[in-house]
Design a protein around this ligand. Structure first.
Ligand code: ADP
Ligand code: ADP
Ligand code: ZN
Length: 214
């Protein structure tokens, strides 16, 4: 199975994906995480992505599509969660071509819906492990020890793009570029939506139900 979790920044895509990985053995493909790793490792890709990401703008489609193609090649036969890709209609078309070549197809595009005020609260309070990428929240999901990842002991910090200015840009970019994917996937007949509000476990239950995963 291969499916897409999409929705606004802060909807809980990363948090829910981590649960699906841990409990269902799925593979999580997050373009945001891939770009952040490239930046950490100071690769060519990282150099291209850094300033765009820090400001809350999208990395160009061609670069992003090529990165996903490389990543998916190694995941033939695995259950894959796509998180944060596609984010534009051009990327959605790119994904179809990639999957066609692999003789696979996207089964579901599941939208996680969260009210904008709640998104702002989630994004401004988000803290992320700089080693393993685990997502925390100062209020809703604090680390046991201040600034230390519960899972790996890594440094837990605020993302550079979780500042007020970058969040504003990301929400605008999301509305312009990513929201049109709702109609795109409706037309393809694979769209569904759940509410991303309530506890992490409540949202997780809705996702399992929607995916018909036991
Ligand atoms: P969020 O938590 O806001 O959903 P992500 O971690 O998915 O953020 O993405 C962080 C940033 O990485 C984006 O703002 C963008 O700069 C870049 N990025 C991630 N995925 C994509 C993509 N599919 N296309 C272009 N840029 C992307
Ligand atoms: P996304 O990957 O969609 O950008 P994250 O999974 O990183 O979102 O979640 C954004 C922030 O909201 C994080 O700080 C996370 O701990 C918190 N969060 C995620 N799900 C919930 C929830 N159901 N209730 C409250 N806070 C949540
Ligand atoms: Zn960690």
């Amino acid at each position: 199975m291969i499916f897409l979790l999409f929705g606004p920044p802060g909807a809980g895509k990363g948090t829910q994906s981590a649960k699906l990985v841990k409990e269902k053995g799925m593979v999580h493909v997050s373009t945001g995480d891939l770009f952040r790793n490239a930046i950490k490792n100071e690769t060519e890709l990282g150099k291209k992505a850094k300033s765009l990401m820090d400001a809350g703008n999208l990395v160009p489609d061609d670069i992003t599509i090529a990165l996903v193609e490389e990543t998916l090649k190694d995941l033939q036969g695995k259950d894959v969660i796509l998180d944060g890709f596609p984010r534009t209609t051009v990327q959605a078309e790119g994904l179809e071509k990639i999957l066609e070549k692999m003789d696979r197809k996207l089964e579901q595009a599941l939208f996680i819906d969260v009210d904008e005020n709640k998104l702002l609260q989630r994004l401004t309070g988000r803290r992320v492990c700089s080693n393993c990428g685990a997502s925390y929240h100062v209020e809703f999901h604090p680390t046991k020890a201040e600034g230390v990842c519960d899972l790996c002991g890594g440094d837990v910090k605020q993302r550079k793009d979780d500042t007020e200015a970058a969040i504003k840009t990301r929400l605008q970019t999301y509305k312009e570029n990513t929201l049109p994917l709702i109609d795109y996937y409706k037309t393809k007949g694979i769209y569904s939506a759940i509410s991303g509000e309530g506890s992490t476990d409540e949202v997780y239950g809705r996702i399992l139900q929607q995916l018909s995963v036991e």
